[in-house]
Design a protein around this ligand. Structure first.
Ligand code: ATP
Length: 503
């Protein structure tokens, strides 16, 4: 698993998907830049989401709010008081950790033990069924899972009650050691606010404290009535937004899984109070299906229903994805009640209510939110797509099996050799295709090596121009996944590619 993850990181760099930020200065921790191919993949994921959420839903519209917001926004939302992580330092290694993550990792190890037992048993019982062995395995697995759940429940309870001493006690009881040094010499646990602060205005006495938004959601809430009125929206309706968010994450690790500057794709769905659970279930299902539609394998997704609910929610679940380092949160679906709109009413003194023509009365709607990290989505897609294959002749190839709709480049056009007018014909084909698709040209190296390079970039099609092309205006089109090559007329190319890459 570690190797797989290392491959993901190095492939992302080597093939121009993701670079460390300001690398010539040795980078900045947990900050990354999207490179020439990464930016295309990221844009395609964003568009794929936008299309599913906004274009396909008559009652969902988009906005693009600012990153800066009036500072009172963050008082109302609870971020000033309650947006923090429980921190713990190791006294010997001087390393800082999130106490909840240390405990979660410990619990996940127990979980992995249980899964391994199950896998082992499956292999054995297939051959000879031994009832006694079956029973004891079953007991052991049950024991592991109970242990895991008890740990997570106790942590959730302590955090909810702000009982940081008990979080520390739990770490000590479990004997959790510092991952770096193995030391168990821990400090107290304390809360650390995750918002980045900055100042607006030049003079020291008039300058105003601002925050970089830690989520895009609040830009939607404060615009709720503006959109509802100007768009003549009727409840239920949604507002969608994609954009940057910033969090001063303590343990920023695992590549683009947890960054300090990242992008969210969020949708707030405004519903009648009392109908929120129905819509919450609807969006859980709809969002899971959206993920599955990418074809990365249904077994890589699971729901995690929250037992510990944030102060604003009455139901919450994550869609977890099987990342190279295990199942982790990819998207959150939250039933946020009227917490946010009520809080903004209170702090702003302005009404944020929907006037219901049918009943002739006003109310503050409830909200169901879907929130997915664009960068996490990128990592999910990229890490599952990256595969090493052994071919029939025993050689291996690296292939990035990206869903074609998301691939940065849809087709590469390759002249078989660099002379005899083949490059010119290849460039003519590019001139035709580039109006509809991102296409690229490559004439360097033998054609086999060029195919492999496009495989590693995730390009679904390679179009090769050879001498026969000059005679009959046909080319070969090679499919990334099957490596099958077909001879087709140049005039057919647009259709063939469209059929496969259309969103
Ligand atoms: P986590 O528990 O992993 O910190 P969260 O529960 O705080 O995440 P939310 O506040 O629900 O996350 O944010 C919604 C989504 O935004 C998450 O599901 C995740 O995909 C993404 N996200 C949150 N924090 C980060 C981050 N630091 N880097 C990248 N993506 C993030």
């Amino acid at each position: 698993q570690d190797d797989l993850f290392k491959n993901v990181v190095s492939h992302a760099k080597e093939y121009g998907f993701i670079f460390p930020s300001s690398e010539i200065y040795d980078g900045l921790s947990a900050v990354y830049d999207y490179a020439q191919n990464g930016v295309e993949l990221k844009k395609n994921i964003r568009e794929y989401w936008w299309k599913a959420m906004v274009q396909m839903h008559e009652n969902i519209v988009g906005i693009d709010a600012s990153i800066f917001m009036h500072p009172t926004t963050w008082k109302a939302s609870g971020h000033v008081d309650a947006f923090s992580d429980p921190l713990i330092d190791n006294k010997d290694s001087k390393k800082r950790y999130r106490a909840d993550v240390l405990i979660e990792d410990y619990a996940e190890k127990i979980n992995i033990k249980a899964q391994k037992e199950i896998e082992k048993a499956k292999g054995r019982f297939g051959e000879v069924f031994n009832e006694q062995e079956f029973v004891t395995t079953n007991e052991r697995v049950k024991g592991y899972l109970e242990q895991k759940n008890a740990i997570l429940q106790r942590m959730a309870r302590s955090l909810e009650n702000d009982d940081l001493a008990d979080v520390k006690a739990l770490i000590e009881e479990l004997g959790i050691a510092c991952p770096e040094s193995g030391s168990k010499n821990w400090t107290e646990v304390r809360q650390f606010n995750l918002m980045f602060a900055t100042k607006l205005g030049a003079s020291a006495d008039t300058a105003m404290d601002l925050y970089l938004r830690p989520e895009t959601a609040q830009g939607i809430f404060v615009n709720f009535l503006n959109v509802q009125k100007t768009g003549r929206m009727k409840i239920p309706f949604g507002i969608a937004q994609t954009g940057k968010a910033f969090r001063n994450e303590i343990v920023a690790r695992q590549f683009i899984f947890r960054m300090r500057e990242f992008e969210q794709m969020e949708m707030q769905f405004f519903v009648k109070p009392g109908e929120e659970i129905k819509w919450y279930e609807y969006w859980k299902e709809t969002r899971l299906n959206w993920h599955k539609s990418l074809g990365l394998g249904a077994e890589n997704y699971r729901f995690h229903d929250h037992e510990k609910l944030a102060h604003y929610a009455n139901a919450a679940a994550d869609i977890e994805f099987n990342f190279p380092f295990g199942f982790k949160e990819l998207e959150g679906i939250h039933s946020r009640t009227d917490f946010d709109l009520k809080a903004h009413e209170e702090f702003s003194g302005k009404k944020l209510q929907f006037f219901d023509n049918d009943t002739n009365s006003s109310y503050v709607p409830y909200v169901v939110e879907t929130s997915v990290g664009l960068d996490r989505m990128f990592l999910a897609v990229f890490s599952k797509a990256l595969q090493e294959e052994t071919l029939e002749d025993g050689s291996t190839r690296t292939v990035l099996r990206l869903p074609s709709v998301l691939a940065p480049t849809k087709a590469a056009v390759l002249p078989l050799i660099k002379r005899d007018g083949l490059p010119e014909v290849a460039k003519e084909i590019i001139e035709e295709l580039k109006w509809d698709f991102n296409v690229s040209y490559d004439e360097k190296d033998a054609v086999g090596r060029r195919y492999r390079r496009q495989d590693a970039l995730g390009t679904p099609f390679c179009i090769t121009v050879d001498h026969q092309t000059l005679e009959d205006k046909t080319v070969t089109i090679r499919h990334r996944d099957s490596m099958q090559q077909d001879r087709v007329a140049i005039t057919e190319l647009k259709n063939i590619i469209s059929n496969e890459v259309a969103m």
